[in-house]
Write a protein that binds this ligand. Structure first.
Ligand SMILES: Nc1ncnc2c1ncn2[C@@H]1O[C@H](COP(=O)(O)OP(=O)(O)O)[C@@H](O)[C@H]1O
Ligand SMILES: [Mg+2]
Length: 363
């Protein structure tokens, strides 16, 4: 059992409220990614869980037991920070071994087995005898990870562990983390501002803004049903498009039309809003060379290569711009006229308070 429960956890720094009464449970054996922009309180929240920061109010429980008053060492958790923490002047092997020696009922054979296993997973075996002082930052960070993981604590906290390592180590470290986090039924909290990382690692993503958790869910859930415009924009690369659209009346029904739909589209569940905001992810926008049912004409303003070899088109549709992610082809060039379809099943509607509406477009 390594469930972590936070009860109205709060941290103030003078007038600034860094963490605002957060109540949450991280179930045993899950990987939880805390995702949010810089300064939203992620590190402060982690440090309170670790015992490195005293909460202004609220409690922390591990496996049902209150630990709020316990020191970091009494909490027995593993931690990996943004910058590698290693014992300089010692070998990689020794760095991983030291915390294991403190575990009383661990036999020397088991100790050796654990060290060799993490060295292998993190591709560190070839550095085992080297002094950590002689290694680059990325490799040192791998040593930090190896050390935290080899102890096999029930809880491990990662605070942006790949942010400050070079691209090569980053990819390797991410791959290793993905393997490691699933091995020991540990409860993991992983802080990142990088949503791609969160998407690949997490069972659950906790989206944070201004000291509060604004949405919690499986990656897919956050992707498909952002609770508000912030979630839609922050989660996605690039984020969701937001296009204002007036609500019109046609034959007694509320409809949405220009700029995104050629024909009026019936929408149910609206409660008298004169206007809504249409949210659609760039990868959901269909870009065609010919007109089709319910396409609107658009001009390609810009095109750029993005990750995965895809192309990101910036389109002008009526008076607004719309981003679309398309597979790599030579068809789409800046200046071209194309035809755009926004499939209703991928459209999310937002109200003037920026919250997602329960309203739905009819196909
Ligand atoms: N020790 C501190 N003293 C004063 N303000 C702090 C301290 N630590 C963090 N803060 C402030 O609290 C807010 C949250 O910071 P932090 O938890 O580091 O955010 P994140 O990790 O999401 O970038 C920020 O506005 C930051 O400036
Ligand atoms: Mg931080």
């Amino acid at each position: 059992m390594a469930e972590i429960r936070l009860d109205k956890l709060r941290k103030e720094f003078g007038k600034l409220v860094a963490v605002r009464d957060v109540t949450l449970t991280f179930p045993t054996g899950t990987v939880n990614c805390l995702l949010g922009p810089s300064g939203c309180g992620k590190t402060t929240l982690m440090r309170m869980i670790a015992g490195l920061e005293t909460p202004t109010a609220g409690e922390v429980y591990f496996a049902g037991e209150r630990v709020t008053h316990l020191s970091p060492s009494q909490r027995n958790i593993g931690m990996v920070f943004q910058y590698p923490v290693v014992y300089r002047g010692m070998s990689v092997y020794r760095n991983i071994e030291i915390p294991l020696i403190e575990i009383k009922d661990l036999s020397p054979q088991e100790r050796k087995r654990r060290i060799e296993s993490v060295l292998e997973t993190l591709d560190l075996a070839k550095f085992a005898k080297q002094d950590v002082s002689d290694l680059d930052n990325g490799t040192r960070q791998k040593v930090s990870v190896a050390r935290a993981v080899a102890r096999q604590p029930k809880i491990i906290l990662f605070d942006e562990p790949v942010t400050n390592v070079d691209i090569g180590s980053k990819t390797q470290l991410k791959r290793a983390l993905k393997q490691l986090v699933k091995q020991h039924n540990q409860t993991i909290i992983y802080v990142t501002h990088d949503q791609t990382e969160a998407m690949t690692l997490a069972d659950t993503i906790l989206l944070m803004l201004d000291g509060e958790i604004v949405q919690t869910g499986a990656p897919r859930e956050l992707y498909d049903s952002p609770r508000d415009r912030f979630a839609g924009f922050f989660f996605g690369n690039p984020g969701m498009n937001f296009i204002p659209c007036p609500v019109e009346q046609h034959n007694g029904s509320s409809t949405l039309g220009k700029p995104l739909f050629a024909q009026p589209m019936r929408v149910t569940g609206l409660t008298g809003q004169p206007e809504v905001t249409i949210g659609i992810r760039p990868e959901r926008v269909r870009v065609l060379t010919e007109t089709a049912a319910n396409t609107v004409p658009a001009t390609i303003l810009r095109e750029a290569m993005v990750a995965g070899g895809q192309r990101l088109l910036t389109l002008k549709v009526g008076a607004t711009t719309l981003k679309a992610k398309v597979p790599p082809t030579d068809t789409f060039r800046a200046g071209n006229t194309v035809h755009v379809e926004c499939p209703v099943e991928h459209v999310v509607l937002f109200g003037s308070d920026e919250r997602r509406l329960e309203a739905a477009l009819q196909a």
